[in-house]
Design a protein around this ligand. Structure first.
Ligand code: EUG
Length: 609
């Protein structure tokens, strides 16, 4: 969003809604210097293809429409993306494109960005888009990095950056333990506000690994955090949504539909069908408010860490974790990480450890891990126990006895962990304090970018092995380092495999894309699907959800046509294409040279204003 001057200080929350808390400023300064030390790509890249005008509208008609959008929102709130693309880094990211492109950098780009300041403004933009048949792409803050960031799926869409001007925390209720937020509220900002109100000892938020994302944006994409409230979608309560049809009707879900209700954030269902689900990972509406539940301070907490020396411990360990997790002896969304991540999260480039081509050999990983506080290991488990000491002791003793059934299991004493060890970052995150530490592994390669393969499965050893083995095989073929992490939910686990790549290297981008597409196909053949994916992979992932000849996508299409007959809202998001785009080759399945299809169906009567 802000032009990222490599020498400038990271903006704080005091100056911008997307800023860093001042307590994390020294860490941001260090993170930024490490990233810029590895950057070879200039911060400003000219638009070699010029302004991206969306298909279905002429250049003069588009410019006339932009001029009328300026009249509606004020000239200062509409920016044409016609000069250059500014790349930055996590804290100063662009809102016009994916700064971690896996396809050509100018595929998923916006033609313009607008900044609505209210729900009424959002309605104006929707009516405007319906009139001019221009695709819109709403973002909360645009930090969905690894999944496309702020970029629109359809080249030339007009991005609605909701967060810049709609960033109020509308309520924090310290009795009901709930809050109500707008799209521009980050996990950092919500946490800071709880502290500012003196509620930090009373209530916790649940934060992802990095705290800069929008609470709404992350929750709508069904993101994950690491306290017992780690399933963000399950923890939300109540949405306000602007529908994409010409009326631009405002809907409140759950108890919010009852005018004057004081129960909106306490009971997510209300009366009648639960409609919230159709507004998550979709393109059926623009969410302008969301309620979120907050966790009471459990009265104590204690992080623990176990290492396992043998790679083959994965399956038996997962089978030990399952009953403990389902019974809530293991209480949080813990991470079981591959040892290589203990190295990569130190923030030094891969070349520090290995200069050969192909994946870094296990013996090299071991050699370097031996010199760290963690020691040599194939897997590391990071967990947390909650409650007063005597309550924790009961649970920790059960866990210790069970984990030690694995030969080569070692409990690491936190007292041996230096203050700057990654362990303490996991400790902060699992106790509701957002951090920035996780960013360090993007330095693994120059111009470090990442894109995730994120399948879900039961918490079963055989599933963990099957997914790990297919990922390993495809990474070996592609010559890419494998860095898997299992995030264990209540009855399922998300395997997260982030491919870290140099975005300026077209060869590696192609290999990364092939590796991802192969893993998605391999996983689908074995019956596994992804919980979330990058813009470039959405069509492929959506097609794997294929029961009864794609009945689910047929339902999605029915909803899309009913709610958004002109097809203006985020076409293609999560594989859902409006009628005007269907059957014209917009789907990306791999190997395409363009992300665009062959035009769109003209409006009824060919009308174009
Ligand atoms: C991470 C976790 C995710 C995800 C992407 C990245 C963490 C990386 C559990 O979900 O979708 C360390």
């Amino acid at each position: 969003m802000s032009p990222a001057d490599p020498l400038s200080q990271t903006p704080t929350l005091a100056t911008i809604h997307s800023g860093i808390p001042s307590s994390l400023l020294p860490k941001a300064t260090l993170a930024k210097s490490l990233i810029y030390a590895g950057k070879t790509v200039p911060s400003t890249i000219p638009l070699s293809r010029g302004l991206a005008i969306p298909q279905g509208i002429s250049a003069p008609a588009f410019h006339a429409a932009i001029s009328s959008l300026r009249d509606l929102l004020g000239a200062a709130n509409v920016e044409l993306n016609d000069k250059e693309m500014k790349n930055g880094w996590y804290m100063e990211h662009p809102n016009t494109h994916d700064m971690m492109p896996v396809l050509h950098a100018e595929e998923f780009v916006a033609s313009a960005v607008c900044y609505p300041g209210s729900v009424e403004d959002v309605q104006l933009v929707i009516r405007w888009a319906n009139k001019h048949l221009i695709p819109l792409y709403p973002i909360s803050m645009g930090r969905n990095l690894g999944y496309g960031g702020a970029a629109p799926r359809v080249r030339g869409s007009v991005t609605l950056d909701l967060g810049r001007r709609m960033n109020r925390i509308l309520d924090i209720n310290a009795e009901d333990f709930t809050c109500l937020v707008e799209p521009g509220v980050s996990f950092y900002a919500l946490h800071e506000e709880i502290l500012r109100r003196g509620l930090g000892d009373k209530m916790w938020i649940d934060t992802p690994d990095l705290g800069g994302g929008s609470v709404i944006g992350n929750t709508l994409d069904r993101g994950v955090g690491y306290t017992p409230y780690g399933d963000h979608w399950a923890a939300h309560a109540g949405l306000e949504v602007v529908l994409p049809g010409e009326e631009a009707r405002v809907v409140r879900t759950g108890m919010g539909a009852l005018e004057g209700s004081n129960t909106w954030q306490c009971f997510p269902y209300g009366f009648g069908p639960v409609s919230d689900g159709i507004f998550s990972q979709s393109n059926f509406g623009i969410v302008t408010k969301m309620g979120m539940t907050l966790m009471p301070n459990p009265g104590g907490f204690e992080s623990f860490m176990y290492t396992f020396t043998d790679e083959s411990s994965l399956a038996p360990l997962i089978d030990i974790i399952r009953p403990l997790r389902i019974a809530n002896i293991l209480e949080n969304v813990a991470q079981l990480r591959h040892g290589l991540q203990t190295l990569s999260v130190k923030g030094l480039p891969r070349s520090t450890y290995y200069t050969g081509s192909g994946p870094i050999p296990p013996s090299t990983i071991s050699e370097h891990l031996r010199k760290t506080a963690t020691g040599d290991c194939a897997w590391v488990y990071y967990g947390m126990s909650y409650g007063p000491a005597h309550i924790r002791k009961y649970k920790l003793d059960v866990i210790d006895a069970e984990f030690h059934k694995i030969p080569g299991c070692k409990k690491i004493d936190p007292k041996t962990m230096p203050a700057d060890e990654y362990f303490w970052s996991r400790d902060r995150v699992a106790s509701g304090t957002p951090d920035l530490e996780e960013l360090k592994w993007v330095n693994w390669v120059p111009n470090g970018s990442h894109i995730a393969f994120s399948p879900v499965s039961p918490i079963q050893g055989k599933d963990a092995s099957a997914l790990y083995e297919l990922a390993k095989q495809r990474h070996t073929e592609a010559g890419i380092d494998l860095m898997p992490a299992f995030c264990v939910g209540l009855r399922e686990m998300h395997l997260i495999v982030e491919i870290v790549f140099d975005a300026t290297d077209e060869g590696i981008r192609k290999r990364a894309e092939k590796c991802l597409r192969d893993m998605i196909d391999d996983a689908a053949k074995l019956g596994y699907g992804e919980y979330r994916t990058h813009l470039a992979l959405m069509d492929q992932v959506a097609a794997t959800y294929d029961f009864n000849e794609g009945a689910l996508m047929k339902l999605n299409n029915t909803l899309k046509d009913a709610l958004d007959p002109n097809g203006i809202l985020a076409p293609g998001r999560c594989g859902i294409w409006p009628k005007r785009y269907r059957g014209r080759g917009w789907e990306l399945k791999g190997g395409e040279t363009s992300s665009e299809g062959d035009g769109v169906t003209p409006a009824a009567g060919g009308a174009r204003i």
